[in-house]
Design a protein around this ligand. Sequence first.
Ligand code: MSP
Length: 640
Amino acid sequence: MSTFYLTTPIYYVNARPHLGHACTTIMADAMCRYRRLAGDRVYFLTGTDEHGERIAQVAAAAGKSPQAYADEIAGVFRDTWRRLGITNDDFIRTTEPRHRKVVQEILQRLHDAGEIYFGEYGGWYCYGCERFYTEKEIVDGKCPDHQTALTFIKEKNYFFKMSRYQAWLIKHLEDNPGFIQPDRYRNEVLGFLREPLQDLSISRPRSRLQWGIPLPFDDQYVTYVWFDALINYYSAVSDGRERTRGLWEHVEHLIAKDILKPHGVYWPTMLKAAGIPLYRRLNVHGYWSLGGSKMSKSVGNVVEALQLTDKYGHDAFRYFLLREMNFGLDASFSEEALVDRLNADLANDLGNLASRATTLIAAAGPAAPVGAPAEAADRDIAVAAADARAAVEQAMRDFAFQKALGALWSFIGTVNRYVDTSAPWALAKDPARRPRLERVLCTLADSLGFLGIMLDPFLPDAARKIREALGRSEPPALEAAVVGQLSTVPRVSKISGLFPRIDTKTPRSGPLPKGERESSTLSPGVRGQGEGSRKIPITDFQKVELRVAEVLAAERVAKSRKLLKLTIRVGEETRTLVAGVAEHYEPENLVGRKVVVVANLEPATLMGVESNGMVLAAEHEGTLSLLTLDKDLPSGAKVK
Ligand code: MSP
C-alpha cells in the first residue's frame, strides 16, 4: 500500500465557486477515488485562501469585516464540494490558528537562518494575481492573466533571498524530469529561470494592509499572501514540529497553469530554504474557456456554468470535464457540447449497455453454474477488459483522465458489439441454446461488474447503481476488476434510465456549427428513416440504387464528433462520402470493410466536406451497426 497526498489550490474567497474551481477539485477527487480504489492510503486536501488586499477590499465593499466575509464564502465552497460529492479529507482555511502557527514558525526559521532581509523594491503589481510582474511578462502594459492595468508599488518590505536558489532549482528540474508535468510546464518554468531570478517580497506594511498574518519578528508587517497561502499544503498535515503523519513526503499538487510560477518557483525555493522536503510532483492542467473567450476569474457566467451540474446531474458534468480536457491543454466549455457527450457516451453507450444487459439477464433469471464453456467471443471480452484496465492504470499515473475514459469507452463499445453479435434474444428463443445464452449473460454480468468498479472514480453515482443492480455491496476494489471469472449468471435488478437522453431538437445556444447539430439525425439514412408505416409501390424502392462499397480510407471530419469522411470504391469508381458514425466506429476499423451505400443520392456538403452517397446502418437504442455482407462480394455489387 502506498500513500498519496493530493492538494488542490486553495481558492480565493473573493469569488464564489465556479466552473474553473470545480474542474480542479473534480479532477483531484477522481484521482483520489482512483487511488483509494487501488488500495492506497489517500489524503485529499482543499481549502480557501482568505488573506490579502483583494479580499480586504471586497469585504469592505460588502460592508463586512474580512473575517465575516471569509467565513461566509468559505462556507459556500465547503457546501459546494459537499453537494458535488467531493471526498476531501480536510478543508484548510488560511485564517485558522493551525495554519497561522506554522506560517509564523517557518518565517521565524528563515529569518533566523538569514534567508530574509529588509529592503526596498518598486515594481508593477497585479492585485488580481497578488504578485509583481517583470517587464518581460507584462503584455501591452497589462497583467497577462487579468488584462487589467498594473499598479506601480514602491515600498520597504522584507525579502526572501529567492535569487540564491536559481541555479539549484534549474538543476533540480533538469535532474528530475517528472517534477512538473506535463513537460510543457516544466519547460515554461525553465523559461522563467532563464531570466535572473529576483528576491521575493514576503511582507506588506500594516499601515497599508491589516488583513494578514503578522510577521513574528516585526508586527508592523503582515505576510505576503502567496507566502502565506503556499504553506497551507504543509500546515494542514504538520503539527508544527515537522511531524506530518507520514503524509508530507508523498505530497503532489494539482493546479491550473495560471498559478504555475508561485508553485513552480516560489514554493520549491521556500521549501528548500526552510529545510522541508520538496513536493513529489506538480501536476498542471490547462484552462477552460467559455464559448471561445478566455474565462476571466471575475466573469459571472463561469458561476452559471457550475449550475449545469444540477441541471444535468453531477456524474454527467464530471464526466464532461474529465473527458473533454486533454490534461495540460486548454479546453472549451459549452452546454451544447456537454449535452452531446451526455447523449452519446452516457445515455447511448453506457446507459443502453446497462439497460440492455440487465434486462436480458433479469429476463433469463439466475442460473446454476453455467454449462457452456467460454468461446472466443467471451475470451475477447476478458482480454478487452484487461487491456482497458491496463490503459486506465497507465493513464492515471499522469492524470490523463481523458485517456482513461477513452479506454473504458472503447471497452463499452466492444461489449455493445458483443451483445449485437451474440444476439442473446435469439438464443433465448431456442431452449437447446440455453447453455450458450447463460454463458453470454454471464459475460455481460461480468462486464457490468467490471464497469461498476472501473467507473467509480469518474462516475461515482452511476458506478454505485451498477454495482447495486448486481447485488454487490462490498466496497469496490481495483484488484477485483477482472472479467472471465464469473461462472454463474447472477440475480440482477434492471437498470433503466441511468442517464436519460436529453432532447436536442429544441435549439440550444452554443458554438457548435449548425451542420454538426443536424448531423445527429444523419447517421446517413439511419435514424429518422423508415418512420411511419405508409406503404410504397416497388417502383419507389427501385429508384434507390443500393450498392456494395469498399472503404479505402476513413478519417474524422475536423471539428465534428459525429462525422467520418470515408473514401469508398463502388465498382470502378472512387468517391467520398460523409457518414455520421464517428461515435460508434474508429476510422481505422472501417478501412477494408465492405458496406452498403445508397449510390444515387444527390451530393450534399456536411461540415465543409462533399458527400456522395449514404452508408446504411441499423440503430437500436443508441447502438449503431453497419450493414455488411455475410459472404464476400465485389464492391459495386447491386443490393436489392
Ligand atoms: N488563491 C490562489 C491559489 C493559492 S494555492 C496556494 C488562487 N486562487 S483562485 O481562486 O484564483 O484559483 C485558481 C485556480 O482555480 C486555478 O489554478 C485552477 O485550479 C482553478 N481555475 C480557475 N479558473 C479556471 C479556468 N478557467 N480553467 C481551469 N481552472 C481554473 O489562484
